[in-house]
Design a protein around this ligand. Structure first.
Ligand code: GLN
Ligand code: ZN
Length: 757
């Protein structure tokens, strides 16, 4: 049995690519120097994989920004607004990735979207009626040759034709089917070129095959590959899927002339069942994704062998593989020097996963697998009792019953009580929570972390910032105030640090998009609230004003979705444990006089399963209750807000209403407030604050613009249900644009209010 991986992280062990690229953007290094830094990372990764015993090593998994964007450039799907700037090849690419503003013009970047159910973002290719898809790039060939020069015949990896056409946004009247023949020709030319270069395997990434497929989708897939595969010559082509199973296109996959099929046995909940019931086609190689490419825990060899034993009944041609690209895990444990060995021995980042593949290969080829050292060590590790167990928390979760998820009295009655209590004007104004995190705020927090300033000096500083923030909001005339979140580095990390059961890594960076990386905290044990987390700041802020001060928390689903979750208990169980902790904080805030509490669920939408049929059973059926549990214990007069970053929730609108918050604020300005129609059609019950301006841009929206947005909102939503607010937190903005923007917002709301009377 051989081993391979789908792709390796390209950012570098210490984020070398990020730093080199950012230097290049600032003009501090030349393009050649950037290319050299990139090459050093590629060769390092190549040698690492060689030394770790990976048999089939991928190439072209490297990217300066994003693999889908690379594919658009490879296939000539680049809008003229970039190519006409007259920039170098590399700079044209970066213009599409990041936008360009300079002497040659002013263009926005490609749109960015979440990559399936991950926290990685890809650039959305744009195809219009004039687009001519053809093979124009050379990057995959160059990188193949580079590896060949370094003694390795690699497996080039490329986004497959079907997935590419499915991910593209069609700007004209043509759609995917109109590009079948051009696309097939381009991929055929690619195969021919790799044939000439002497490649043996080529991997087409086709993750779109794990989504729900219509009959038209299946037809598109078949037509593309019926045209492409006859041109493969002696090259062996893999259809590589990941993030799920291929239940809809199983027959096509088996009957098309692929030489290898890559299946995900980690996230593909039906993958094994499909092989068991359909068998595996003779003459094809099964690339079996058995090492988790998304999580950081050590593989459990006993469970992996069970899967492989089952697979071996159906085929003897198996290559051991990761479940998806290792892009989604950090690079190496080597630099994780501060974390105790007792934790680290349970972890496997990308580098350690390479070793796991080699070990599984060794174990499986042994006559008595269970007797091998590797197997025995692994079993011993997995049978160790886990630290961090909290029986009280487990008992509470087990005892939760239906009524714990129901807040009484019901919505309409609460709404009346709250209207009376707060007596807010029509179109009340508020913000989403954070205020600009200035250089001063960040450097003071760092100084505190490093022990350069004492706890009391730090707390004094935070109080000063809160006082300034409250005074500013009073001056601007906002109705519901916030404390500004100056004490938080990040809306999840902050809570993770206050919660028992979380651990933190030092270098576990994962690429989120382009040069941006995130360092998700790790759910290690059972979660509980060790101490109040936000109460002192909110209480202090409230003491400075007569206006209501919103308490500000992150919700259980978002905390979980932006962490590395446990695998030894279910996501539902973890979410409910976190919900228990956040609920304690909610009740604590309420008991300390905070009358409005916002529980952010910024990331609720993003982990919605890829298949609609799994939405409720696998996710919403516990995610929505977890949120409801957080606030079901508050008094009727306490107002619960929530916030979501994406307004792409048209398809789960009922579930959002069912969260039973009193008010929801969300991003809507970039999508032109289209969500309003959906709210209207569904008689959305929760009061709403559709963001009236985009905080992701430094632009200051004018009062007229905001009034127009309020006008649109009024046409569809009853005025007494509307709130006026920006579309997300202001932490990434500066005060220069924040203050005038908020002034315009308040004035717009006031005028709209007067006109309504
Ligand atoms: N309350 C958070 C803030 O204002 C919400 C951030 C988010 O939605 N991502 O920063
Ligand atoms: Zn947001």
């Amino acid at each position: 049995m051989k081993t391979t991986i789908i792709g390796y992280p390209r950012i570098g062990n210490l984020r070398e690519l990020k730093f080199a690229s950012e230097k290049y953007f600032r003009g501090e290094i030349t393009a050649t120097e950037l290319e050299e830094a990139a090459k050093a990372i590629r060769l390092y990764n190549l040698n690492l994989q060689k030394n770790s015993g990976v048999d089939i090593i991928p190439s072209n998994d490297f990217s300066f920004y994003d693999g889908v964007l690379d594919t658009a450039f490879l296939l000539n799907a680049v809008p003229e607004r970039y190519t006409s700037l007259g920039l170098s090849k590399l700079d044209t690419y970066f213009a599409a990735a990041r936008g360009y503003q300079g002497e040659k013009g002013d263009v926005k970047a490609f749109a960015m979207k979440k990559w399936y159910n991950t926290n990685y973002h890809y650039m959305v290719p744009e195809i219009d009626d004039a687009t001519e898809i053809k093979l124009v790039g050379t990057k995959p060939f160059d990188l193949f040759s580079e590896a060949l020069d370094n003694g390795e015949k690699t497996k080039p990896v490329i986004i497959g034709a079907y997935t590419f056409l499915k991910l593209a946004r069609y700007k004209g009247t043509k759609t995917a089917v109109d590009f079948i023949s051009q696309t097939a020709d381009a991929y055929s030319a690619l195969l021919a070129k790799f044939g000439e270069l002497g490649a043996e395997w080529i991997q087409f990434d086709e993750p779109s095959l794990v989504k729900d497929m219509t009959a038209d989708d299946i037809k598109l897939f078949n037509e593309l590959y019926n045209k492409i595969l006859p041109n493969k010559g002696s090259l062996k082509v893999i259809a590589q899927t990941y993030f799920g199973d291929v239940r809809d296109c199983c027959n096509s996959l088996c009957s098309l002339d692929f030489d290898g099929i890559g299946l995900d046995f980690i996230e593909g909940k039906k993958s094994l069942e499909l092989v068991k019931s359909n068998g595996f086609p003779k003459g094809k190689t099964l690339f079996a994704g058995v090492v988790n490419g998304k999580n950081i825990w050590r593989n459990n060899y006993a469970s992996t062998l069970l899967i492989l034993d089952e697979l071996k009944k159906h085929t003897d041609d198996i290559v051991l593989n990761t479940s998806c690209s290792l892009l989604h895990v950090p690079c190496t444990l080597v630099n994780e020097t501060k974390l105790a060995e007792s934790y680290k021995k349970h972890f496997a980042y990308a580098e350690e996963k390479l070793t796991e593949l080699a070990e599984i290969k060794k174990i499986i080829s042994s006559d008595s697998p269970a007797e091998t050292v590797e197997y025995r060590n692994n079993s011993a590790l997995h049978s160790e009792p886990r630290s961090g167990r909290n029986d009280a928390v487990r008992k509470k979760v087990a005892e939760l019953c239906e009524k714990d998820f129901i807040r009484l009295p019901e919505f309409a009655e609460r709404e009346k009580i709250q209207k009376e209590r707060f007596a807010l004007p029509l179109f009340p104004t508020t913000t989403i929570g954070s205020f600009p995190q200035t250089a001063e705020v960040k450097s003071t927090r760092n100084a505190h972390r490093k022990g350069e300033i004492s706890d009391s000096e730090y707390e004094f500083f935070i109080e000063k910032k809160i006082a300034e923030c409250v005074a500013l909001q009073e001056e601007i005339g906002l109705d519901v105030l916030v404390h500004g979140e100056f004490e938080r580095n990040d809306m999840v990390e902050y809570f993770g640090e206050c919660l028992e059961g979380y651990i933190f890594t030092e270098k576990a960076w994962v690429q989120s998009y382009g040069t941006r990386c995130v360092k998700p905290p790790v759910v290690w044990g059972d979660i509980s609230r060790a101490k109040p987390m936000t109460v002192r700041w909110s209480v202090y802020a409230q003491s400075l004003t007569k206006k209501p001060m919103k308490g500000m928390l992150t919700g259980p689903v978002t905390i979980l979705n932006w962490s590395f979750p446990r695998e030894d208990i279910s996501l539902k169980e973890s979410a409910l444990q976190i919900a228990l902790a956040i609920r304690e904080e909610v009740l604590d805030l309420e008991a300390n006089g905070i009358s409005i509490i916002q529980v952010d669920e910024a990331a609720l939408r993003e982990k919605l399963p890829l298949r609609k049929s799994d939405w409720h059973e696998d996710y919403l059926d516990w995610a929505i209750p977890a949120f409801r549990y957080v606030h079901s214990g508050v008094k009727p007069e306490t107002q619960i807000h929530t916030h979501m970053c994406y307004s792409e929730f048209a398809d789960i609108i009922k579930d959002i209403d069912d969260m039973d918050a009193d008010v929801i604020t969300f991003e809507a300005s970039r999508s032109d407030l289209t969500i309003l129609d959906v709210l209207k059609e569904n008689n959305f019950r929760t009061e709403v604050g559709p963001g009236v301006y985009d905080i992701h841009s430094p632009r200051v929206p004018s009062k007229e613009e905001i009034k127009a947005a309020i006008g649109k909102m009024k046409e569809r939503i009853p005025a007494e249900k509307l709130w006026v607010n920006p579309d997300c937190g202001l932490k990434t903005r500066g005060n220069e644009e924040t203050v005038p923007s908020l002034k315009n917002l308040v004035n717009a709301a006031k005028e709209a209010r007067n006109e309504n009377c």
